[in-house]
Design a protein. Structure first.
Length: 94
């Protein structure tokens, strides 16, 4: 993906693309999710990651039962990396 381009489904299906999108969406939603639902940010990041990966896999034509199950594991990996990256940035800016 070129830096001059927006997201596309192929890029979102990658680890880097899913991590960037998960971080952005989680940051946008975490205040609302915590205030109204009481959902921990890490769980929100997991849900966002799984949804992004499922949609990206679907729209790239690669969604099968096997890939859907792997998306649950990959979502945990993406969410953990995203939460760690966000925590690291927050520590640096304090």
């Amino acid at each position: 993906m070129e830096i001059t381009a927006f997201f596309d489904w192929t890029y979102l299906a990658t680890y880097a693309g899913a991590m960037v999108a998960t971080g952005l969406i989680t940051q946008l939603l975490k205040g609302t999710a915590d205030k109204y639902i009481g959902m921990p940010t890490q769980f929100l990041a997991y849900i966002v990651a799984v949804v992004i990966l499922l949609l990206a896999t679907f729209f790239t034509g690669a969604l099968t039962l096997s890939s859907a199950v792997l998306t649950l594991l990959n979502g945990a990996i993406v969410a953990a990396a995203t939460s760690g990256a966000i925590s690291g940035v927050q520590r640096l800016t304090k």
